[in-house]
Design a protein around this ligand. Structure first.
Ligand SMILES: CC(C)(COP(=O)(O)OP(=O)(O)OC[C@H]1O[C@@H](n2cnc3c(N)ncnc32)[C@H](O)[C@@H]1OP(=O)(O)O)[C@@H](O)C(=O)NCCC(=O)NCCS
Length: 158
């Protein structure tokens, strides 16, 4: 059982740094995405969940208020959108990623949301198995990330 909590505002840079490290080559090259994470995390209606080990952040997940047009349009009150799930490589495969997602679902339920969505890269088998374990189903939508990799859209009813 890991301790998951909302990040303090001054922890945002450290969280983004861990996201870059967790994503390896993709993290370094995906400047568009980590800049977006920084902007989205600063919104009043966003919640950045983190977990720490020995005083350092080791995992993060950003929970966004759902909006139409994939985040560009009007608020969808009943929807939470997840992005930026990351766990430092040396602490992967002990369950932190799943606990972060489960904590986000619990918080979404507590705040009256009835569904949670996310995108992941088609080739990201680890993340796809994790989301499958957490009850997410494919919606059939496909997209592309900032680097042009195919992404798939998933949804979980709560
Ligand atoms: C995807 C990511 C967040 C998963 O984080 P994680 O903390 O390793 O996730 P979990 O530990 O919950 O699950 C990962 C695997 O470890 C296994 N595992 C979990 N606890 C375990 C334990 N105690 N002993 C052995 N294996 C364990 C899980 O069964 C899972 O196995 P699988 O890949 O065969 O399905 C992480 O790999 C990461 O940061 N990747 C880079 C960024 C990324 O791709 N993010 C997702 C974007 S959508």
């Amino acid at each position: 059982m890991v301790n998951i909590r909302p990040a303090r505002p001054e922890e945002l840079d450290a969280a983004i740094a861990l996201w870059v490290e967790a994503n390896g080559e993709i993290g370094v090259s995906a400047t568009g995405h980590h800049e977006n994470l920084q902007i989205w995390a600063n919104r009043d209606d966003a919640a950045l969940l983190v977990t720490e080990e020995s005083g350092s952040l080791v995992g993060m997940l950003l929970c966004l208020q759902g909006r139409t047009d994939d985040g560009l349009g009007d608020v969808i009150l009943a929807l939470t959108h997840l992005t930026g799930l990351a766990v430092l490589p040396n602490l992967q495969r002990v369950g932190i990623g799943q606990e972060l997602v489960e904590a986000a679902i619990k918080e979404a339920r507590r705040t009256g949301r009835n569904r949670v969505t996310l995108w992941t890269r088609e080739e990201n088998d680890v993340a796809r198995r994790l989301f499958d374990r957490c009850g997410f189903l494919p919606t059939g939508r496909r997209g592309a990330d900032e680097r042009g990799a195919i992404t798939l859209h998933f949804e979980r009813a709560i």
